[in-house]
Design a protein around this ligand. Structure first.
Ligand code: ATP
Length: 266
């Protein structure tokens, strides 16, 4: 228990080795319902691999992961999604030649535990989940466009729509604002705030500190597969090891200004 609340997710000493490389090296993380947890750290720190292990994209080498009372260690991505964890990816992950609606239909359909096979028949509830997700992210008027026609922001929104169409309790966002401009980043900040207001718990990875610190109630910094910092957003730039290994002096100064004046360019 953390803050007296039953955790939604508990990861204990998670290790993922690729040959002799420990990409994730003893990560522990507890997430309580309603939180937004932000994960930062240098390139190659093991952030995405940690997401991959928790969401069943690749099995952990060691460790235990419990979600919503279920031991999900070693389960496949489809089972984990059906228990209520959804995710987005750092790079665009969508069927390029299909339409926006078709992509979300597929996510909504495969996120269900009871599916109509054969025939991939989409029921009324799948259609409704798709419509809801499209409306939520603001892609309803582009539902019939093929993914290949979409600009970068809409592709990010599509991934989020696909994830929320599975009706998750916990959403993992892997660099949701990579490649976006300031206005677009603010748009995604607003979207994540609305998801949180709707009761969704979120864990996100982001290098854009303005985004990470604006949204997170708790921040973890990873380096060489390990957690080197865990604390409040305004404590990140005060940590000498984090500044040395990740942020650098320039970002530290900008973040200090952010927390004293409410503005950041980092
Ligand atoms: N399938 C794989 N096989 C071998 N090594 C891998 C594999 N996937 C990741 N790695 C290695 O694991 C380490 C962690 O990579 P990971 O992508 O998890 O880091 P990251 O913190 O997400 O980095 P970034 O911020 O650049 O996305 C890196 O050294 C990477 O090269």
């Amino acid at each position: 228990m953390e803050n007296g609340r039953t955790p939604l997710l508990e990861c204990e000493n998670v290790v993922k080795r690729f040959g002799s490389l420990s990409a994730v090296d003893g990560m522990s993380l507890t997430v309580t319902p309603g939180e937004i947890v932000g994960i930062g750290g240098p390139n190659g720190a093991g952030k995405t691999t940690f997401f991959d292990v928790v969401t069943g994209v690749t099995p952990a080498t060691e460790g235990r992961i419990v979600f919503d009372g279920h031991d999900i260690s070693g389960l496949g991505a489809d089972r984990i999604c059906q228990y209520g964890i959804a995710r987005t990816f750092q790079l665009n992950a969508a069927f390029e030649s299909l339409t926006v609606r078709e992509n979300i239909d597929i996510a909504a359909y495969f996120g269900r535990s009871r599916r109509t096979i054969p025939g991939l028949k989409l029921g009324k509830d799948v259609r409704e989940q798709t419509d809801e997700a499209l409306a939520f992210v603001g892609l309803a008027d582009k539902a019939d466009a093929t993914v290949a026609q979409l600009p970068v922001l809409d592709r990010k929104l599509l991934m989020i729509a696909g994830a929320i169409a599975t009706k998750p309790k916990l959403l993992f966002l892997d660099e949701p604002v990579g490649g976006l401009n300031t206005t677009e980043i603010d748009h995604i900040i607003g979207l994540v705030e609305r998801l949180k207001a709707g009761g969704l718990t979120v864990v996100l990875i982001e290098h854009v500190m303005r985004f990470l610190l604006a949204l997170s109630s708790r921040v973890l910094i990873m380096h060489h597969g390990k957690k080197i910092f865990e604390g409040l957003p305004n404590e990140v730039a005060e940590d000498a090891v984090v500044v040395e290994t990740y942020l650098g002096e320039g970002t530290r100064k900008r973040l200090k200004t952010f927390f004293s004046e409410g503005e950041v360019q980092a």
